[in-house]
Design a protein around this ligand. Structure first.
Ligand code: MD3
Ligand code: FE
Length: 207
């Protein structure tokens, strides 16, 4: 894992190709099982009700949801009313490897990007603790991903995230603004119908 300084902030670590093709295929199988139990849903912006271009689901004790009422973590799927499926063992292994000092992850948000989907610049601040890092895994088509600073107007840089890449956002970088500008079509053969999956493992409550 290489440390990438963001202006002067420490805590963004990048592991290009962390998962090889076989491990990526195994992760996709894990995700298919989860999605069969906890179907993808399309969140809407609180207040305006504008739909996200990204569809989502979760695994873990808690899942992140967005609806007209707000953004929050909750223990039940918003459509089925069932608990989220468990976090797959190979993702718990990843967390232990890259965040050995953090308590176990409570949530894994699964984002599914069709070509054309994007995620505007935002901070991840719905958690009740920012002590643990956010750990991200990219699968499928390459994304151009943007990271800024702690203020929305800070300068941003963009990176490409490829299938199998892992990013760890901790320390001073935990609250930086970030987003996904675009998905580069036909850049991976991992997902039969194309698109991109991003997994983010999160600790939500203090240990
Ligand atoms: C966390 N996902 O789900 S992950 C999100 O590629 C989200 O789907 C993006 O942002 C995606 O909230 C990016 C990698 C990432 C990058 C910067 C971060 C996660 C981060 C900065 C702070 C916290
Ligand atoms: Fe985010």
């Amino acid at each position: 894992m290489q440390e990438i300084p963001i202006n002067t902030l420490n805590g963004l670590r990048y592991g290009p190709g962390h998962f090889d093709r076989a491990a990526q295929e195994a992760l996709v199988e894990d995700i298919r099982t989860i999605v069969a139990e906890a179907p993808l849903f399309r969140p809407v912006m609180p207040g305006t009700g504008k739909p996200f271009s990204v569809r989502m689901t979760n695994c873990g004790l808690l899942g992140w949801v967005a609806d007209k009422a707000g953004y929050r973590y909750q223990p039940l799927h918003p459509v089925t009313g069932k608990p989220w499926p468990e976090i797959p063992e190979r993702l718990k292994d990843l967390w232990r490897a890259v965040a050995p000092d953090a308590p176990p992850p409570e949530a894994c948000l699964i984002n599914f990007y069709e070509p054309g989907a994007k995620l505007g610049l935002h901070q991840d601040r719905d958690e009740k603790t920012f002590d643990a890092p956010v750990v991200s895994v990219s699968l499928g088509d390459t994304a151009t991903f943007r990271v800024g600073g702690l203020n929305r107007k800070d300068p941003t840089r963009s990176f490409r995230l490829q299938s199998g890449d892992v990013v760890v956002l901790g320390g001073e970088a935990r609250l930086i603004f970030h987003g996904v500008d675009r998905i580069l079509k036909d850049t991976s053969t991992l997902l039969k119908s194309g698109g991109r999956i991003n997994l983010t493992l999160r600790r939500v409550t203090p240990a």
